[in-house]
Write a protein that binds this ligand. Sequence first.
Ligand SMILES: [Zn+2]
Ligand SMILES: [Zn+2]
Ligand SMILES: [Zn+2]
Length: 450
Amino acid sequence: MLIFNKLIYWIGDKPTEYELENVAYINDVEALPFGMGGMLCVNVQEPKQVEGILKAFYQQQKRWSWAVYTTIETPYSRCVTDGIFDLTTSYKAWQNLRSRLESVPLVASLDPLIGWLGINRSRRLTAMKSLESSSIYTYPLIEAFYPDIYSTYRYVLSEKARDILENEQLLDRIRVCSHCNSGHLNYVEVCPQCGSIDIEHQSSLHCFTCGHVGQQQSFQRRGKLECPKCLTQLRHIGVDYDRPLENHVCNQCLNLFVEAATMSQCLSCDESMKVDELVVRKLYRYRLGEAGEYIFRHGKPSLAPELSIKGEVEVSFFQNLLAWLNKVAIRHKEHHLLLGLHFPSLDEYGKQHGDAKLLSLMDQFTRRLSEIFRDTDICCQFKQDVLLVLMPNTEKSSFSALQNKISVLGGQIEDEDFELNVFSWTLPQAIEDGVAVWLETLVGDIYVTR
Ligand SMILES: [Zn+2]
Ligand SMILES: [Zn+2]
Ligand SMILES: [Zn+2]
């Protein structure tokens, strides 16, 4: 697996100030050998070009296991490389990385993020500010490793929740639109009565004699102050007149007011909302967490999948088990039940209430589910919004009782937007094209039913 040669792969201009040994100059990342534990240095001066090369590099398999340097630092390179190339320290760091790689038993099957953070302890998962992105901050490394992920922020939160990652430092706190998650917002003062943005600052005066309140200008007469209503001369503030606190006026409804209300307007989707309706996001820099550390060393999650809903099992494991149980059912004329729980509004919920709230909702829900199911039932998060539960030796007839229990449970979740649909299938089934295809078809039907 580890590449044998000790060559430094160098893209871009050759270095001028020193002579490199054991170096291979290449023009394109396509020329890199496959295998793990190599070293790449990018020596181009144009930040966009650095970014392009690094992105292409990480599209290839197992590149997390490489030591990667650049000769200029860019906001992007800071998030996905080991820093600026230095003849002695970079070479040494690379050797350390290689020896770590050799000492990890199941290195080839490691998750890229865990592997990347694990083989070099100075690496951190960092957010990058990018005005081109509607969410303003992204995690470039997550984008590079998992290009299909819809929200890198949400992904990072869930890895944090599993202790794969651990907070190191809070980098920023931003507010995003509760409709579309955009961070491009405009804050605008509006009339507290009618909501119009057409408001102005106005200095007005208040005549004590007749109570008239009006613009300061309308009191100006021949260089003196005189009430336009009762024509009293106003000499002393506090005695003849004062300034009202309401020093704003709305040009729409003519309301006078002390303090304008603030609304936030989303520049991406045009929705406007109150500032306290915005969703707060905290952007952290992360290091490898305790569970991540364990997986890095042992290649497996620290909790070997328990055969109970309390500990979910992975998809591949679930599939194998299902295939086996199906055969058992045919041979011994047994009946098993497969449940599908679909949360159709999950994605919408995340957008509305924020990802942190979504995670806590899911957490709350799974905890209650484990009270319903038996220790022998096996649960698997098959898709982001589909949970499958395998219930051995359960007849179809018990489905309605179960469905009741689950809908009671759904009702206990204190949230109106939360929606849950329950599906069921019996085993045995004729599974001809393999269990993976069969399951995909089932779940496909769930989406169609919606
Ligand atoms: Zn108004
Ligand atoms: Zn007056
Ligand atoms: Zn928006």
